[in-house]
Design a protein around this ligand. Sequence first.
Ligand SMILES: Cc1cc2nc3c(=O)[nH]c(=O)nc-3n(C[C@H](O)[C@H](O)[C@H](O)COP(=O)(O)OP(=O)(O)OC[C@H]3O[C@@H](n4cnc5c(N)ncnc54)[C@H](O)[C@@H]3O)c2cc1C
Length: 236
Amino acid sequence: MKSAVIVGAGLVGSLWAVFLARKGYQVSVYERRPDMRQKGYIGGRSINLAMSERGWKAIEKAGIRPKIEQVAIPMPGRMMHSEAGELTFQAYGKADEAIYSVSRGGLNLELLKIAGEFPNVQFFFQHRCTDVDLDTESITFEDTATGQYKTIEAPLIFATDGAFSAVRYALQKTDRFNYHQHYLEHGYKELSIPPAEGRWFPARSRRPAHLASRQFHDDCPAQRRWQFYLHPLPAL
Ligand SMILES: Cc1cc2nc3c(=O)[nH]c(=O)nc-3n(C[C@H](O)[C@H](O)[C@H](O)COP(=O)(O)OP(=O)(O)OC[C@H]3O[C@@H](n4cnc5c(N)ncnc54)[C@H](O)[C@@H]3O)c2cc1C
């Protein structure tokens, strides 16, 4: 049987495990966090994701569309708040189209569950990738529960370990590997704003995302830059 190692059981890794399992691969998925099926969603971004048609196609192929539809909130467009207080609605698509606000943790959990139903998918949680050796076709993990390191043979590795990918970091040390990283100037802050008393919307009602951009100085109009951007997403 063909075998593959996936590093990272986030949104991409858990979905990819489903697809590889269906293709008949023996799949080993290594994830540095504990198993969220038992421990819940830990760390990372907790805000909802805005999911469009491309995301739905993947969800459908994974076979969990009906489940996710129950918790997805349609957003038909965005309501822009100008500095003068005017509101402008900008549709995301045609009248009956929308993008959907979906719980990131909830989506990841469902993907993990479906991947876990395949007998040819094996998960290793609390396993942090620390190195990849292309010469020996091997990959090293730290079992963060025990502190032990183990190196396994891995001729086929899929790196889905996110923005600070340990696999990519290992590859950066190889000859002629070209890498560029660019940081945004802005920070990021999550706020949770519950609705006012008696202002609950019916679940799954269509709601626009309200966006507001502000700048603190505009002394040079040619260099106007948004200094502040507020992007609320409805959540259940
Ligand atoms: C603030 C913010 C808002 C966003 N909003 C949207 C949105 O509205 N819509 C949208 O489509 N996308 C959005 N994105 C992008 C989206 O989050 C990413 O595209 C998506 O999470 C990428 O999935 P992934 O599986 O590649 O990485 P991740 O979701 O980051 O998963 C990586 C996984 O790898 C694990 N891991 C990391 N390092 C290691 C290691 N060394 N060893 C083992 N495991 C490891 C992590 O624990 C994690 O489980 C947003 C991103 C941010 C930061």
